[in-house]
Design a protein around this ligand. Structure first.
Ligand code: ADP
Length: 285
């Protein structure tokens, strides 16, 4: 099973004629609301890929619809607490050229306690997986406990931040990041850590580095991308599901690249994650 310590955000997306200036009041021309957050996206990707996914997180009291939606995608939501703090959310302005300006409020995502995670992980088994990124609290306690219990720890250091990164890396089995994050990592630490590292390179594909082993590379599948939001989360969630199911590196990499290729041909993030059957069909000769 996969234990996904992850952010749940509500994305409020406004189409605007231009980005608001200081002091300006501007009418948006369109509004949509959706489920987002790297954690929720990764949980959905992994569940759609066929894994049993226990999401560990927190939301505010008024947003139970996010739990309904996660359950619709197959994610177990029993360990998501509803608390008094506002649900994490993003106010996203999109101008006619497609450029974003985003205000993010982490809210409940940063109120996840070490004790909450410990209670959930008490049910985990050594062949399970902990999946996490940088948008919550409680990362350090979680990875220490997971590593102690022998779990595989798959970590996306995004958005790039020194804490929890420095705390989490020593307990990480597999680090998954994009080229921008890899560049920041190399310039900050002078190199990559000793654990397994996957670097995704958008339409250039992905590479899996392992200490004292040959680097595995996979080109991206040739598709017509319409929206790459959440591609990295799709990739990470699918890798987690594949490894959790016992697949080897090559199989896992192939399925993740295929899933992400399908995902970028669809609009949306969580709602664009392909099912296991979609990926089977995509890879069928
Ligand atoms: P992030 O979303 O974190 O920036 P990337 O842009 O590196 O991550 O994308 C993650 C993975 O998604 C890539 O390694 C690739 O497999 C797939 N992908 C992204 N963009 C495309 C594309 N235009 N065509 C095909 N696959 C893509």
């Amino acid at each position: 099973a996969i234990y996904s310590l992850g952010s749940i955000n509500i994305d409020h997306i406004y189409r605007v004629p231009h980005h608001t200036q200081p002091g300006e009041t501007l009418a948006a021309t369109d509004y949509t609301r959706g489920l987002g957050g790297k954690g929720a996206n990764q949980s959905v990707a992994a569940a759609m890929a066929g894994a049993k996914v226990f999401h560990i997180g927190a939301i505010g009291r008024d947003d139970a619809w996010t739990l309904d939606l996660l359950r619709d995608y197959g994610v177990d939501t029993a360990n998501i607490q509803q608390i008094k703090t506002a649900t994490g959310h993003a106010i996203i302005q999109v101008d006619p050229s497609g450029e974003n300006a985003i205000t993010l409020y982490p809210g409940a995502n940063r109120q996840i306690s070490d004790a909450q995670v410990a209670r959930v992980l008490a049910n985990a088994r050594p062949d399970d997986t902990l999946l996490l990124q940088n948008e919550t609290s409680a990362q350090f306690a979680s990875v220490r406990l997971a590593a102690d219990m022998g779990l595989r720890v798959l970590y996306s250091p995004a958005p790039f931040e020194l804490t929890p990164l420095q705390d989490v890396i020593p307990f990480t089995t597999l680090l998954a990041m994009n080229e921008g994050e890899a560049a920041q990592m190399i310039s900050t630490f002078g190199g990559l850590p000793d654990c397994d590292v996957i670097i995704t390179k958008g339409a250039q594909g992905a590479e899996w580095h392992r200490l004292n082993a040959q680097t595995l590379t996979i080109p991206a599948f040739d598709v017509h991308a319409v929206d790459t939001t959440g591609a990295g989360d799709c990739f990470a969630g699918t890798i987690a599901a594949a490894l959790d199911a016992g697949m080897d590196r090559e199989q896992a990499l192939t399925r993740a690249a295929a899933a992400a290729a399908i995902q970028v041909t669809r609009h949306g993030a969580a709602s664009a994650m392909p099912s296991r059957a979609d990926v089977d069909e995509f890879l069928a000769p």
